[in-house]
Design a protein around this ligand. Sequence first.
Ligand SMILES: *[C@@H]1O[C@H](CO)[C@@H](O)[C@H](O)[C@H]1NC(C)=O
Ligand SMILES: *[C@@H]1O[C@H](CO)[C@@H](O)[C@H](O)[C@H]1NC(C)=O
Ligand SMILES: *[C@@H]1O[C@H](CO)[C@@H](O)[C@H](O)[C@H]1NC(C)=O
Ligand SMILES: *[C@@H]1O[C@H](CO)[C@@H](O)[C@H](O)[C@H]1NC(C)=O
Ligand SMILES: CC(=O)N[C@H]1CO[C@H](CO)[C@@H](O)[C@@H]1O
Length: 442
Amino acid sequence: MSGEISMIGSVILALFLAGYLGQQYLPPPKPKVIGLDLGTTFCSVGVFQAGTGEVEVIADKVGRKSIPSAVSFTPTAVLAGHEAVDLADSNPQNTIYDAKRFIGKIFEPEDLVQESARYPFKVINNNGSAEFSISTNHTFTVSPEFIGSRLLLKLRKMAEQHLGVPIQKAVISVPAEFDERQRNYTVRAANIAGLEILRVINEPTAAAMAYGLHKVDVFNVLVVDLGGGTLDVSLLNKQGGMFLTRAMAGNNKLGGQDFSQRLFQYTTERIRQEFGVSPTLKEDIHRLRQAVEAAKLNLTLQPSVIIKVPLHLNTNERSKTPEGAAPASVLFQAKITRELFEELNEDLFKKILAPVETVLAEGHLQKEDVDEIVLVGGSTRIPRIRRLITEYFGKEPNTSVDPDLAVVTGVAIQAGIMGGSWPLQVSAIEIPNRHLRKTNFS
Ligand SMILES: *[C@@H]1O[C@H](CO)[C@@H](O)[C@H](O)[C@H]1NC(C)=O
Ligand SMILES: *[C@@H]1O[C@H](CO)[C@@H](O)[C@H](O)[C@H]1NC(C)=O
Ligand SMILES: *[C@@H]1O[C@H](CO)[C@@H](O)[C@H](O)[C@H]1NC(C)=O
Ligand SMILES: *[C@@H]1O[C@H](CO)[C@@H](O)[C@H](O)[C@H]1NC(C)=O
Ligand SMILES: CC(=O)N[C@H]1CO[C@H](CO)[C@@H](O)[C@@H]1O
């Protein structure tokens, strides 16, 4: 009898030991909370991997770490991300982008009319809120938060596929200037996508966290976010583990598009000088714009690029020939140096400093008081812009994290904290600042 008991005891002990050892060697638990960056033009999802202690930004099947913030409606499907962009040309009225500019916002009727004039899709006014009118085989309206939900659902699916577990919880970022209503509607978008939002954090705070600034001894952090179309500058104060947004300023008409436009104007002028006419065919202009965009990106890494674009120009002699004559095919070639690109944009680049000075003045700080400068947004890759900021502050900004993924990286760290897979001492909390207003230069 006692032998039996001791045998049972040994079995229990063995099981206990096996469990203990197993726990030591078992893979770390899968992340349960995802971090979401619902951007105006691109969205991303990331997770904090407890095993490696690193953030993983989740890629799609072809390795792309962000999806365009576009949703397209067809009679049979609702597509989000790249699939939606593929339809933008053939289905422009039913392909919605920039929905974040409308989410949770109450508009004056005339402002909404002005906003909607910029888009190929129909924006309608529902008692001050924007809605989008869709016409497939029937006509209906959708809200900005519904558009957001389709993007978030896509990101959730990407995460579930990658992690192999269902996901129901998330942390999401919003612009610091979002008011309570805009935050609520962003949360609603996530709820429609079947996600519970554990915390909403400001994008600049997330960017600061991507650099681990919640863990180190810094006090004043300046975040410069320069994207495709807008500049946002935020001054953060860190007290203990808490971030407070002290001041915000920006320019909602300054970004990468404007820098490309300057180069585009320069190349069309060169074409006019060389061939006597400017390109007018839609396809020519499209090809030239693509070449200019590629050149802009290349000039970040290389001192010069050669632009080569085949064009079909209606040159002077040709326009006198009888109707039906094909336009002349020419090859436009030009060498573009980084110096030229910088000269073309110097006045625009300098505009970045105005909101920087404003937030410093509003925060009653000298530029020497700024402990760390964080750069976010694709346009902060431009070497001249980095130099401008370095020279202004007399110190290097923090740039080691991909500026397009800094926000999602920080949100994923916060998601890791909320999911409990992060050592306890570092929990970043944000103090809401309800009285803050953003100064806009534009
Ligand atoms: C639209 O087309 C889809 C697919 O062909 C069909 O399922 C749906 O019932 C149609 N809706 C209307 C209102 O005709
Ligand atoms: C329209 O909005 C106002 C406030 O924004 C609200 O008081 C009113 O009830 C709304 N009307 C309808 C029909 O929803
Ligand atoms: C936002 O949501 C909270 C919680 O649901 C609610 O108490 C608050 O009134 C909402 N605020 C606005 C402006 O919609
Ligand atoms: C940009 O650089 C890549 C390789 O670095 C090259 O393949 C591409 O042709 C370049 N584009 C232009 C417009 O020069
Ligand atoms: C220029 C630079 O890299 N500065 C700082 C970036 O952020 C880290 C904190 O994680 C600092 O230690 C670096 O010095």
